[in-house]
Design a binder for this molecule. Structure first.
Ligand code: AMP
Length: 301
């Protein structure tokens, strides 16, 4: 009898630990309603799939801090202002599921585009001037699309906590603004950037780089890091120019923008003393296709 009880307990443990792939909003809601009624806390990690160690770090932290973790795996079309970028975005759901199960996620939510957008989403989110600078300026409509999908995910999942990577530095500021605006009861948890050994920030887009381009791309963070001692003896303007010149001087790299901003308001600063938190945000095109890469460095705060 004791033997059967042990076997049952073991079976039950592995059964409840098994991650579930969900594709519809109704099924997701039904699963989470039960768990919420049991008093379980829910963590959400929104992703666009093609998962790597950066995503895994968010999921592991979410697993450590919540009873149940939902990871969304959905390439959100409304945040792509460039249709080509959307078409070439990598999609690896099977491998994603393996990684997520190993990280301890309970559910992966991978809906179709029709499930999320049965009708075009006409909602407009605007958090100027946070979303009109940098990524907002160079990718018009991008943050509107991000807010559309993240607000929907927050409604479906109703998470206690949601995890976002500081890799997308500006995105966190915009999402915080949306959460404050809509008075959503969700705690936004920023997580540090995970890098390759070379220093290159891990990104789903790195898989689109050739081996050579990957080496070249590692110069982005190298130059950013070298700008820290340079900044101690130079102005904001000089430091900005120096980073741009150094990166543009490397074959295969072209800076779209480099801006040194107040780390909270994301507005450009003129002097190092203008803000308590100072961050440099960069976007660089790399290689022949080319692939758009973003990164940032903290000078202060
Ligand atoms: P994405 O799939 O690119 O939309 O990213 C999903 C989440 O993972 C976002 O919150 C990203 O900021 C985060 N993320 C992506 N790459 C990294 C990284 N290298 N380190 C930490 N977080 C990351």
């Amino acid at each position: 009898m004791a033997y059967f009880a042990t076997v049952f307990r073991l079976w039950y443990k592995t059964e409840i630990k098994k991650m579930k792939l969900i594709q519809t909003i109704n099924e997701l809601r039904a699963e989470l309603d039960v768990l919420r009624r049991e008093g379980k806390t829910i963590g959400l990690v929104p992703t666009m799939g093609a998962l790597h160690a950066g995503h895994a770090s968010l999921v592991k932290r979410a697993v450590a801090e919540n009873d149940v973790v939902v990871v969304s795996d959905f390439v959100n079309p409304t945040q792509f202002n460039d249709k080509n970028d959307l078409l070439k975005y990598p999609r690896t759901l099977d491998a994603d599921c393996k990684l997520l199960e190993a990280c301890g996620a309970a559910f992966v939510f991978a809906p179709s585009v029709e499930e999320i957008y049965p009708e075009p989403d006409t909602r407009q989110f605007s958090y100027a001037p946070l979303d009109t600078v940098m990524e907002g300026k160079y990718r018009p409509g991008h943050f509107n699309g991000v807010c559309q999908i993240v607000s929907k995910l927050f409604m479906y999942v109703q998470p206690d906590k949601a995890y976002f990577g500081e890799k997308d530095y500006q995105q966190i500021a915009v999402i915080r603004a949306m959460v404050a605006d809509l008075k959503l009861p969700v705690n936004i948890c920023p997580c540090p950037v995970i890098r390759e050994e070379s220093g290159l920030a891990r990104s789903s887009r790195n898989t689109l780089l050739t081996e050579d381009e990957r080496h070249i791309a590692a110069n982005i963070y190298r130059v950013l890091k070298n700008s820290l001692p340079y900044a101690e003896r130079h102005s904001v303007e000089e430091t900005t120019q120096n980073v741009i010149e150094q990166i543009n001087g490397i074959d295969g790299l072209e800076v779209e923008y480099y801006q040194i901003v107040d780390g909270n308001t994301l507005q450009p600063i003129a002097n190092w003393t203008d803000a308590d938190s100072v961050v440099g945000c960069i976007t660089v095109y790399c290689g022949h296709r080319p692939i758009r890469l973003i990164d940032h460095i903290r000078y202060k705060g």
